[in-house]
Structure formats: structure tokens, C-alpha cells
Write a protein of this length. Sequence first.
Length: 688
Amino acid sequence: MKEVFLSYIFVISGLTICVSQANMQEGFNYLETGQYDKAEMYFENILEQFPSDKTAQLCYGRAVGLNGNSEKAVSIFTSMLYNYPNDYEIKLNYAESLLWNKQYDKAKNFYRDLVEEKPDSFSALLGYANTFSNLKEYNNAIDYINKALKIQPENKNALLSKKYIRLGYAYQLQQKEQYDKAIAVLNENLKDFPQDSDILKNKANLYLIMGKYDDAQQTYLQLATNQKDSIAALNGLSLVMHLKNKDRIALKKAFKAKAKVNEIKDSSLIFPAYERYIQALIWNKKFKPAEKEISSMSKHYPNKNQVLALKATLEMYRNNFNISIKNYEEILKNDPNSFDGNLGIANAYFANGNDKKAYTAVFKTLKVFPNQKDAMNFLKKLNAEFIPYIEEKLTHTFDNGDNLAYAAQTDIVFSLNTKFKIFANYKYRKTENTITKNNGKSNDLSTGIQYKLHPKIIFNSSLGITSATSFSNTYTQLLANSFFKMKLLKLQDLEAGYKREIQNFNADLLDKEIVANHYYINHNISSNFNLGLFTQYFYTSQNDDNRRHLLFTSLYYNLLNKPVLKAGVNYQYISFKKQLPEIYFSPEKFNAVELFTDFLKDEKITNIKSLFYNLSGAIGYQFIENNKKQSTYRLQAKLGYKFSDRLMANFFGQHTNIASATAAGFTFTEIGLRVKWYLFKKPIFRIK
């Protein structure tokens, strides 16, 4: 929600004296109609003729102050107070000039004395209320504005001040995350100002911050009482639909607002309507039309920050993060304290892999806009990448070959800075066959590092040992894993690495002490039109002189983004140099093809005290050697709960019959529990 910037209407008490002089009527009219530059010149000319005229001096001081030169106005009224120390009207104007000059503490003390001198002075009470409001002492402000309104219940200036005092108070409560109290204050405001558009807009924005999108929607509908406000309502409803993951409806609302603004031709509404329309185009990945609209707006509003922000947003969605950063830099050149510029560039740096610059940018944002909700949420997301955590997994697996296994795995990760992490892993696994009674257990312990060599290149390496005991063998072996993760191009990711492990799927394999050395590469290509291709290749050499080639590729299409829903087709090919079916599944050739769908709500974007989940299913066929095709299926599920920013847990499971080694078929099932706990509230390293 945008900040509420209050501009209070100051009291016009000084005009009381002014209007008593009929020969200055022209100057009085200038003051009353807000033509302060003309009023200043007029009364300056009067004072040249009558330098000691108190009325002219007072009106000149007001004209100067209201025309923007508050320091000079204070000086004028200070001189007048020296000459007329007991003149209450001059005291009121001096106090008001302190407000113009933002000397709020001094004004507070002076108004206190004025109110004590004349407790029933409407002007003093109103000025005192506005002073408290500027000092953000809203309870006192409300108390004194109510006292002023008891004296003049219908005074428009006082009523308007009361409205903005409450808006300021509601915003203060919002910053403190006292949302229910803020809503109560806005509702009180609506009792005095029914259907007021400013109050309704603030209320709708507050509901958006609270995540109460249905309430925000209803509030925007209340706002649409005339053509002008209906455009603002449509813009708000478009945003609500986007936040409810209904981007197509969001685009329809924005298009309707754009059409309406062209009908009524209100210049103040044109830019907001077109801005929302372009945003809705971007949300729907209609990048070419959005680019065309932005180009058109650039001609009418050259170098306007909002247009630069639209360009930056478009490039963020296109994954052109460097271009987006340049646009945000232009915004910050125009306005170093721009909210969109500072938080926008923080997001762009983070997406581009430059975490240190992202921290610098978000800290600057929070310095200018303390406790701003979006900035605080971004900081939480950024911190989550570096807060040390411990993760525990408990699993139980079984198959129709009478093999059972129980495992417990613990991972601990510490980030020492934005580039360097250290981690440790311990895994215990016990397996047995319920028919042969063969059993075994293993203890794996490893430690490693992760280092970001470049914003787009990460190196990860770990080393460890496994200690295994089976029904006829006891041994220790080295474990290793090293890989590079790289962002090759804006829509391509590559991972290449080496992994050394022990084959321990069941007790018989664990007993054989088979060491597997995997050399692998993962490559993913995504696109701006929702189509993607993932390819994986493994070459494995084993100490039993066997070799394996594995190729997996997946062509997928993203149907939804929030939550993620994608579907596609997978293909897998496996080939072993030697066929050892009596020991493990090792066909000379294996082919499998399947259709799959995947439905995911990521835990990273899940709100506190909410569920996250993943459901994946696939059906297809597998072809083993020259045997007839066999139908396959695969089901995977995860259901979790985010207790807080630091604690989450989920159950998971899978069931499949893929990679059957016998005509009778093979089924495998795994169930488990995972708990992840962030050890601290923020990273352990100091962020400069």
C-alpha cells in the first residue's frame, strides 16, 4: 500500500482582521481564493504606502507563508509579536507560521499556551490538533479536534483535518502491524464521511496488506459510486484479482478501466489506468502488447519514474535482470528515495544472483520507509537464504520384493556470508529382507562447502565416509560429491558434477560393497511462453566393472504459476554394460515414456500458519530389453504446514512400479516426515 501523505488545511484565522478593512478587499479575495503570489505582491505594495498598517502586515505575512516562504513568514510574525505582544490574533498567526515552517515542537508549546489563555478558541484548538497530528501524536490530535468541533460542529477545515488525522493514525497503526485497530479507525472515519473515496481506498489497501482479498474486493466495489471512482475501483479490483491468482480477470478489469478513462477524458486518471493495464498485460505474459503500450507512454511521459518502473517490471518477467537493473538505476537518479526504485532494484539484484547488493538496496528502502510491509517481506525472503538451519528426515520404504528400510537423515547448513556456506550431513539407514532375513545398516557422515564464484556460478563440494555392516561384510568407504551450478543464459540452467556413493537399496546390495561413481549433467531450458525442457545424463562406473548410461528428458508446459501446475511428457533410457539381474536391475536397454502432471505450492512463498503441498502423478509404459511393454504409474505427494518463519514440517510419500525387473512387476513405496528449523531469526554474519 502506498503511504498516506497528509496535507492539512491550515486555519484561516488571520483573515478575521484582514476582512475588516474594505479598502483591501482585492487582496483579501486573493487570499481567500488561494492566489497567494498575487496576494503577496498586493500587500507588499500596500505596506510601501502604509508600512505600519497592522492589517496589511498580518495579511502580508500570511500571503508570504502560504506562498511557500515559511521562514520569512515566521520572521514577519515574530516582529509583529514584539510590537503587539498581547494581540491574540497575531499569536495565532505566529503559531500557524511555525506549522508552515515545520517547527512542530515549538508550535506545540506555543499552542498549549494559547489554549490555556483561551480554552474556547476554535482556531487555537484546531491549530493544536494539527500540531499533534504532524508530530504523529494522534490520540491527542483527535482529542483536540473534537474539542474544536464542539465549538464549530460544521466547520469544513476542522472536519477535513479530523478525516486526515484519522487517516494518519490508521497508517501509524498499520506500520505497527496493528491491522484490526487500523480498520476500526477507518470505519469510524467512514461514519463521519460515508462513502469517502480517500478512506475507502486506504481501507482497501489495508485489506490487501492483511491478505484479506475478499474484503478488499468488497471495499473497492463500495468505492464505485461514480465514473471517476469506478475507474479507481476497477484498478484496485484488477490488483485484487492478480493477488488471487486470477490474472485473466485482472486484465479484463484493467482493460475496462482503460476504456472508461478514455470516455471521460480525466487527465488525472489516465496514467493510473494505463499503468494498471500494462501491469495486467505483464502478469498475463503478454509481453509484446505491454512493450508497445510502454513505448507509447514513454513518448507522452519521457523519463517518468512510473514508466521506467513498468519497463523494469517487464524485463524482470522476461528474465532480463541486467536491463531491469538499469531501469531502476535511472529511477534512482531521478529520485534517490524512490520506493519503487529502491525495492525494485533490490528484487532485481536478488534475481540476478547479487545478494550483497540486494541487502544494500533493501536496507536503504527501509531507512527511507521504516517497517514498510513489502520491504520487510523481501528482507525475510532474502534472510531465509542465509539463516542457519537444521533439517531432519525420517523415512520408511518397502517393496514387493520383501525389502524394508528405515532411515534418518540430518542436515545442518551455516552461511558464513552471502557467498560462502558450510554444511554437514549424517544419515543412518537400516534395511532387511523379511524372507531371507538378510539385513544391513550404514552410517554416512559428510561435510562440505558451497561457494558462489560469480552471481551466476555456484560451486558445491562435500567429502565423507560411510561405515556399513551387513549380514556377511563390514567395511568403510569414501563418499564424495562435487558440482557446479551455472546460469548459462537468461533462461538456461546447467549443473555438472561428480558423485561417489555406495549402492544400498537393499541388504544384498549393501553386502556387495558396490561403489558407484556418477558423472552427470543437468540442463534446463525455460521460456517466456511457459514451455520448458529438462535433460539429464548420467554416466556411472562401478567397482564391479559395470557401466551405466542414463538419459532422462522432460518436455513440460506451465499451466499455472501460483500455485504451480505443469504437465508434460517424460522419456528415460538406461543401458548397462553387464547384465546382473540376480544382483540388481541392470538391463542392456531400458526405455520408458510417461505423461505427467505436477501441482505445487512452494513452502518458500507460503504464508505463516498455512499449508504447502505438492502432488505429482504419471502414467506410461516401460520397455525392458525386448520384452513386451509394461504399463507404469507413479504417485508422489507432500503435505506440510508452516508454523512460523522459522519452523515448518511436512509428510511425504511416493508409490511407483517403474523400472520393473520381472514380468510379475515391481512396486516401491516410501513414506516419511521432514522437519526444517531455522536456528536464528537472521543470518549470523554482519551485513554491511
